[in-house]
Design a binder for this molecule. Structure first.
Ligand code: ATP
Ligand code: MG
Length: 348
């Protein structure tokens, strides 16, 4: 048990995927998928989780399942190498969640900092849906059902993985070694842990409307970069500029590679020199934004073009998902069997 190296991660179909998802998780997944170092990769679209705070918007969730699947294919997730599936089609996950609920206290859930922030963001106050409140438990089911060892996600997911690890330890302690404890795999570039929105807000998020989407047109990307939040006190080109909280520089930290300078800004040997000039004064926001826009287009153009190709055959995307669900369901069912045996609720 636990010898296989298995990747699992997913996204909520609450909107198209954006560059925060890309640098925080998607890019890493594709590298891992292609590395040959892992035995299996499971990627899922968390529609049931998305419904916990979108219960009145089933059509939005349904449409975004396809949008997210298209984004996956566009960035290079490959159904020949990764099992891509839809959460709600795996009922075994509900049963696991039901059993895991007995292993977690209400106060433990209340302490989860990500859930706390999300409750505030959604103005739930006293009307928190129970399903939303307990989603860290269902996330533990998603992860453990596939015996995942490695979960590549952004920093906001850290408390969820910790919660999963606690559930695994408690389950194995009570019922004997059954579940696998997963490890979080955070981006190694600090700027990618939690990419801020174009408005400078703490996190680029579908729900905040501050995103650059992978499917945005070249013009949209250009416009969004030009209107990005920088240093509000940097008014004249000659003014010294601040890097801290300056979104344009955070994005450069996330996207810029040494070879970009030769191509677009040959006067600067590297990002440190560009930053030094900005801090000293004499470097205008527009020049830096143009540089960033060029780099972003370089990265996003091939993704956008691949997406256009996949958009031509939506039934093929559904068929890919159907097959993924079939494979995923068989795996989850085998884990559920182990869980029932361990819990002594296998009667016949
Ligand atoms: P929602 O607002 O519906 O929660 P979201 O934009 O937060 O949507 P999720 O589907 O919750 O997206 O997150 C999917 C994955 O992308 C997770 O691994 C999460 O850590 C990562 N992620 C999301 N936003 C960012 C970001 N701004 N920077 C880095 N990683 C991110
Ligand atoms: Mg989220």
């Amino acid at each position: 048990m636990g010898k296989e190296k298995i990747i699992l991660t997913g996204d909520r179909p609450t909107g198209r995927l954006h560059i925060g998802h890309y640098v925080g998780s998607l890019k890493r997944r594709v590298e891992l998928q292609n590395s040959g170092l892992y035995d299996k990769t499971f990627i899922f679209i968390a529609d049931a989780q998305a419904l916990t705070d979108n219960i009145e918007n089933p059509e939005k969730v349904r449409q975004n399942v396809i949008e997210v699947a298209l984004d996956y294919m566009a960035v290079g997730l490959d159904p020949m190498k990764s099992t891509i599936f839809i959460q709600s089609q795996i009922p075994e996950l509900c049963e696991l969640t039901f059993y895991y609920m007995d292993l977690v206290t209400v106060s433990r859930l209340q302490r989860n900092p990500t859930v706390k922030t999300e409750i505030q963001m959604r103005n739930f106050e006293t009307s928190i849906p129970v399903g939303f409140f307990t989603y860290p438990i269902s996330q533990a089911a998603d992860i453990t059902a596939f015996k995942a060892t490695t979960v590549p996600v952004g920093e906001d997911q850290e408390p969820m993985i910790e919660q999963t690890r606690e559930i695994v330890r408690r389950f194995n302690y009570i019922y004997g070694d059954t579940l696998v404890e997963p490890e979080i795999l955070l981006p190694d570039n600090a700027a990618c842990l939690r990419l801020p929105g174009t408005d400078g807000k703490a996190k680029m998020s579908k729900s905040l409307g501050n995103c650059i989407y992978l499917s945005d047109t070249a013009d949209e990307v250009e416009k969004k970069v030009k209107s990005m939040y920088t240093d509000p006190t940097h008014l004249k080109v000659s003014d010294p500029g601040k890097l801290e909280g300056n979104t344009v520089f955070t994005y450069l930290d996330a996207f810029c590679k040494p070879e970009h300078f030769g191509r677009y800004l040959p006067d600067y040997p590297n990002l440190d020199e560009l930053k030094a000039h900005y801090t000293r004064g004499g470097l205008g926001d527009m020049k830096v934004k143009k540089f960033l826009a060029a780099i972003m287009q370089e990265e996003l153009t091939p993704i956008r073009e691949r997406r256009k190709e996949f958009e031509k055959d939506i039934p093929a995307i559904y068929e890919m998902l159907r097959k993924g669900c079939e494979t995923a369901r068989a795996t989850a069912a085998a884990t559920l069997d182990d869980v029932r045996k361990a819990m002594k609720i296998n009667y016949f």
